[in-house]
Structure formats: structure tokens, C-alpha cells
Design a protein around this ligand. Structure first.
Ligand SMILES: *Cc1c(COP(=O)(O)O)cnc(C)c1O
Length: 669
């Protein structure tokens, strides 16, 4: 075998192939995965026959630590492996700070949270559905950040280190992109990561832009180091120019003809400006039919805004003219809003849940006739756990091939009266819970105690500490009904002072609370990431979600939990509005009346906490009614909820979601 002729090199110009990648990329293998599907996908994309969708996203959470894990013949740098995470708990035996050791490859650290996970799940599903897609993102050389606990006093952000050169599956390309801005040139190196389908018969290439190259000056090299961590305006605007404009140039450099540019959030809105500039004489109206835009936030601060002056620092006059035509907040404004720019230059606009669609129409009344709503989903094969798959497989006849088409999960309802299935499902969940119990054994985590978790990005509207408003009331539930274990996890953005205080508050409450002989155990896990998310969504009993309506555009972590038959305890916002009548849990608290949000927001902590405790108490009764002294009560209403969760997972997944994008956005059959 002559490695220099390995067939992939007909299509891909791999940099340093001979010195670094020859052992992993061979005639028959790509980092232990089959090479054939890559060749086929590249051939189809390059031919231009496919009608390619170029998907732009600032972040991607691909779950490489748990799903489609590449192998490598070369040693992987220790920086690419997971480290220890601390756990802070009121279970003080013999001390209350211990580390949780994880032995896994780190997730490709180019995501911060839900938006990235959604993008990653989308790309994986596009591969499963064999869609002609190429994804564009940024190689964040220092990731987002690593959360460290500072004893019991809150969070310290630490720089994340990782090594792209030994990250299995990631390859540098020979092509470089040159982005000429006003008085400034940015060079971008390109990387590629192939995202395989579940059955490994198709791929979507993910192209990552990287400014850390010799040709750039010091500041230029740092532009793509930290995701969402730029403190100055010029850094923020340049990162958006890199994604949007650099992305268009990357597609051209790699010779991928594109039919539709799909902007996952407004960050990439400058793509249209570059495409128009690079297509002399283009009919701008016709060009808009090549762009589609998905908005992910109902929070006004979530939309990127720059002054005309800030844009003029970097954009030549022709580009500026387009930005002013399409991107100003209104005709007299001097503010460029990337959401407006994206909406004015796209032929399709969508929100990410029905509720978010309503809110977005109120926010942008001029666009209301054009705003569609396509509810988010999660990639079922990534998020479902092995014990749940096993019990479903045991009833394959009723289920159909739900792995190929997760919408078939709705068939689980036909098993509702089947006592063997009910018992099997409960036991599968107990098996999952054992995994968490062994991870947290030093904190005496109990398999048979009701376990509630709140885990997601720490932000004020998500109300992280709602459950801790009245510890006496929690203790009262534990005393009367049964022991409670409460887990928290989440990162606060280092510049979000308000979010910081929630980490302090949670730790402070943990510090002050007695376990009362194990009746009420509270713990917070350090450095919430995809790996921890997967463990939590499959291994806990109740998934708690309590944002203040209507600020949650969709939310997806609860969807990961229902894919594992884990019931919801939630306020009614985002995707939950569509799911609350499906018997998947209990719902409580303030509901938005449809008039949209008010800006002088109060978080309604007291009244919603009271409603939360009442709902939790009802759930605790159902839970403790399901298993007593080792006997399983298969009639328990708790098991009904678990079955309804799995059935609802048939809707809240990315297969249903991408089918909607195909027909409503991309014009595919
Ligand atoms: C799914 C996920 C999120 C999103 O959670 P929401 O509940 O939708 O806010 C954030 N972070 C990680 C690591 C996730 O896996």
C-alpha cells in the first residue's frame, strides 16, 4: 500500500499528511472509520449536483466524547482528555470537596451550550438523512472556558487548553482563506472534521476557520481563540466577519457549489454581504433565495448590534452600502442589527418553537407574515442511553425501526398496558441510576432516593436557584415523603456578574444545609459539559426546568431527558408549551399571557417557588409509590409518565425537525 496515494487525497488537500496523518488516513480507514462514505460525499458535494446546504454556526457541540468516537494510531495529547471535576456537596464525608475522575476524550471544544449542541445534533442528523450538507464553523483554539470552583465561594473561569493537531478525526487543510477588510487582512487556515451518520454510511464535512497563523499579527492570531469571550467590540465584530465572510471564502476555496446558506443565528449574517460582493452583477433579490435564517433567542440582548461607525472600521464602502440597506434597525437608525440584516437578506426566517414564533412576531411585527416556527429537537442516537435502547429493542415488534426513524417512538404508547414493558422500563432506569450512583459514590448517592437535577447555562431568566428558595419546605417534603437528592450544574458566562452570584448562592445554600442523615442531599458539579449532560439526562428521576416565560426560545435539555424516559418538572415555556398536555410530567408557575415580555422583569421567585414545591411534592408521592421495599408497583402513574416521555421523544427530535426544514425552508421533497 502506498499511503501517498490514499484515495481521500484526490479530494482533500491534507496538510502534513506524510508526517502526521498517514497512519490514520489510509485506503480503507479514516481514524478507524470507513473512508468510502467520505469519498462519496466529497464527490457529490464537489460535483454541484447535490444542491448543497451550507450550514453556518458559531459553535458546534458534537458530543465526540460519547458518540462516534474516532480512534487514532498516534498518541493523543493529554490536553485532549477530560480532567477531574470537583463536586461541592453538603455530604461531608470525610471532607466536602472531592474530584470526579472521567476517562474520556474531551468533546471537540468549539461549543458553549445549547446553541452549539443543537448545531451538532443538526449536522449529525443531516448525515443520518444523507442530506447534501457542508457545515462551517470556527476552530476555537482555547474553547469556551473551564469552570473551576473556588473552594466554596463560587466559580473561577480557567483557560481551556486543547491540541487540534492530535485531536482524532480533525485534519488541517492546505487551503488558506484571505479576507480583505478595510485596512486589514485576515488569513484563515482551514480544518476539516467529518461528522459520520449513525450507521457510518454517510458524512457531513465540518469546515473550521482558524486565524492562528503566522501571516496574522498577534491580535489577529487571537481572534479565534475564545468563543463568546471577546471583551471589545472590534473582537466581536471581527469574529462575526470571520464566520460569515470567511465562511463564504472557505466554500469558494474548497470549490463547494452551494444552493442554500443556512444561518444558525445571526452571527453569520455578513455571509450575504460577502456573497453579494463576490458575485459581481448579482441580482440581490435572487441571491436572497440562497439564504435562510434561524433565530434562537427572544431576549433582546441576544441580538448582535453594532454602530455604523464600528462596521465602517472594517468594511469597504460597497460592503457598507449593503449593510446599511439591509441591516439598520430602522431607516434613520445608526445601529446595525445582525438579526435585521439576516431577516432582510434571507428568503426564509424561522423561530425555534411555536411559542418563540409568537414572541418573535411581537418583537418584529414588520416580519410577522414571514416568520415560521420549527421546533428544535435533539439527536436521539446521541442522547439515548444503552439500557433504554435495550428495553425498547426487547419490544421491537411494536416499535418498528425507531433507530432509523425516531418518530416511531410514538408507538411506545401501544405498550402502555404491557406489564413486562412497564417493569422493564423502570428497571432500565434503575440501571442508569446505578451509573450515577457509582460516579457519585463518595457522596453516598443513593439509588433509591428521588433525584432532581437542574443543569444548564446559568442565566438569570433560567432561575437556577428557584428550587432553593425555601430549604425548610424542601426538607419538609423529604421528611414526609422520602429522601431527596438535588443536583446542580452549569457555567456562568465570566462577564455575567448576575449569573456569577447564582453559583455563589447555590454553594452558600449547600454549605449551610444539613443533610439530616441523608434526607436532603444537595450537590453542584463543576464544569457542566456534554459528557456530564449525557450522564445527568439519563440517570436522574426528574428533569427540572424553570425559566421565566417567555424568555426560553426552545430549550433542549428536557428533550434529552424524555429520550431516556425521564419525567419533566417545568414551567410552561419554549418547547414545553407544545408538550405539556402529553403526560410527560408536572408543570407549574407563571405563564406568559401572549402579550410578550416586559422589560422591567421581576423573576417571580417567591410565587413560582411555592408552585414548584407543590408540584414536586405530587411527583415525589408518585415516585415513592413506584418502588417500596424492593417491590415494583407496575401500576404506578410514574411509569405512565415515563412511557409518555418516550412517546413525546418521537416528536422532539432532530429527525422530525430536519424533515420540517427540508419541506418548509430548503424546498426539498
Ligand atoms: C443540551 C445542553 C444545553 C442546553 O440546555 P437547555 O436546557 O436547553 O438550556 C446546554 N449545555 C449543554 C452541555 C447541553 O448538553
Amino acid at each position: 500500500m502506498n499511503p501517498n496515494n490514499t484515495p481521500l487525497r484526490q479530494y482533500v488537500n491534507i496538510k502534513d499528511y506524510d508526517s502526521r496523518y498517514a497512519a490514520d488516513i489510509r485506503d480503507d480507514a479514516y481514524f478507524t472509520f470507513p473512508v468510502g462514505p467520505i469519498l462519496e460525499a466529497e464527490r457529490a458535494l464537489l460535483s454541484g449536483q447535490a444542491g448543497t446546504i451550507a450550514y453556518f454556526s458559531m459553535e458546534y457541540g458534537l458530543a465526540t466524547s460519547i458518540y462516534n468516537v474516532y480512534g487514532s494510531a498516534r498518541p493523543v495529547s493529554d490536553d485532549n482528555k477530560m480532567t477531574e471535576n470537583e463536586v461541592f456537596s453538603n455530604e461531608r464525608i470525610p471532607d466536602y470537596l472531592f474530584s470526579l475522575k472521567v476517562d474520556a476524550l474531551v468533546d471537540l471544544p468549539i461549543y458553549s451550550g445549547g446553541l452549539g449542541v443543537l448545531a451538532g445534533d443538526t449536522v449529525k442528523t443531516a448525515a443520518d438523512m444523507k442530506l447534501p450538507m457542508v457545515a462551517i464553523g470556527i476552530l476555537w483554539s482555547k474553547g469556551y472556558f473551564k469552570q473551576r470552583f473556588w473552594f466554596k465561594f463560587g466559580q473561577l473561569p480557567e483557560e481551556m487548553k486543547w491540541d487540534p493537531e492530535t485531536f482524532p478525526g480533525l485534519i488541517p487543510l492546505e487551503e488558506k482563506v484571505k479576507l480583505e477588510l478595510k485596512n486589514k487582512v485576515i488569513y484563515l487556515r482551514l480544518w476539516k472534521y467529518y461528522v459520520f451518520s449513525r450507521t457510518r454510511d454517510h458524512v457531513v464535512p465540518l469546515v473550521l476557520l482558524d486565524s492562528n497563523v503566522e501571516e496574522n499579527d498577534e491580535a489577529g492570531r487571537r481572534l479565534t481563540d475564545k468563543l463568546y469571550r471577546s471583551d471589545d467590540v472590534s473582537g466581536r465584530i471581527l469574529q462575526r466577519l470571520i464566520l460569515g465572510m470567511g465562511g463564504i471564502r472557505a466554500l469558494a476555496a474548497l470549490k463547494y457549489p452551494v444552493r442554500i446558506h443556512h444561518l444558525n443565528e445571526g452571527h453569520a449574517a455578513f455571509a450575504f454581504v460577502r456573497k453579494a460582493g463576490d458575485t459581481p452583477g448579482a441580482d440581490l433579490e435572487a441571491l436572497k433565495s440562497q439564504f435562510a435564517y434561524t433565530c434562537h433567542t427572544p431576549v433582546p440582548a441576544g441580538h448582535d448590534r453594532f454602530s455604523v461607525g464600528e462596521c465602517e472600521t472594517y468594511l469597504e464602502s460597497q460592503d457598507m452600502a449593503l449593510v446599511k440597506t439591509f441591516g439598520l434597525e430602522d431607516a434613520k437608525s445608526t445601529v446595525v442589527n445582525l438579526t435585521i440584516l439576516a431577516m432582510n437578506t434571507s428568503s426564509s426566517i424561522n423561530a425555534v418553537s411555536w411559542k418563540h414564533g409568537e414572541v418573535m412576531k411581537l418583537q418584529f411585527p414588520d416580519y410577522q407574515d414571514r416568520i415560521k416556527a420549527i421546533t428544535n429537537g435533539v439527536h436521539f442516537p446521541t442522547w439515548v442511553s444503552a439500557p433504554i435502547l435495550k428495553v425498547l429493542d426487547a419490544f421491537a415488534k411494536q416499535m418498528g425501526d425507531y433507530r432509523r426513524d425516531p418518530e416511531l417512538l410514538k408507538n411506545v404508547l401501544s405498550l402502555k398496558e404491557d406489564q413486562a414493558f412497564r417493569k422493564g422500563l423502570w428497571q432500565a432506569h434503575q440501571e442508569n441510576k446505578k451509573v450515577l450512583a457509582s460516579l457519585l459514590s463518595r457522596w453516598r448517592f443513593k439509588e433509591d432516593a428521588l433525584t432532581v437535577v437542574w443543569a444548564r447555562r446559568i442565566a438569570a431568566y433560567k432561575r437556577p436557584s428557584l428550587l432553593l428558595q425555601d430549604i425548610e419546605r424542601l426538607m419538609d417534603i423529604a421528611r414526609r415523603i422520602g429522601p431527596l437528592q438535588v443536583l446542580f450544574a452549569g457555567k456562568a458566562h465570566p462577564n455575567d456578574n448576575m449569573a456569577f452570584t447564582y453559583v455563589n448562592e447555590i454553594m452558600n445554600t449547600i454549605d449551610k444545609t444539613q443533610t439530616s442523615g441523608g434526607l436532603l442531599k444537595i450537590m453542584i458539579l463543576e464544569n457542566y459539559d456534554i459528557y456530564i449532560a449525557k450522564a445527568l439526562v439519563s440517570c436522574v428521576d426528574i428533569w427540572l426546568n424553570n425559566p421565566l416565560p417567555p424568555y426560553e426560545a426552545s430549550g433542549t435539555s428536557g428533550m434529552k431527558a424524555i429520550a431516556n424516559a425521564v419525567p419533566q418538572l417545568s414551567t410552561v415555556d419554549g418547547w414545553v408549551v407544545e408538550a405539556k398536555d402529553s403526560g410527560i410530567g408536572k408543570f407549574f408557575g407563571y405563564e406568559d399571557d401572549g402579550r410578550g415580555y416586559t422589560d422591567g422583569l421581576t423573576l417571580r421567585l417567591n410565587e413560582d417557588a411555592r408552585a414548584l414545591y407543590a408540584a414536586l411534592e405530587e411527583m415525589a408521592r408518585l415516585y415513592y409509590d413506584t418502588q417500596k421495599n424492593g417491590e415494583i408497583n407496575t401500576q404506578s402513574a410514574w411509569i405512565d409518565m415515563m412511557i409518555h416521555c418516550l412517546a413525546a421523544a418521537g416528536r422532539f427530535n432532530t429527525f422530525r425537525m430536519l424533515n420540517e426544514y427540508r419541506s418548509k425552508v430548503w424546498g426539498m421533497k
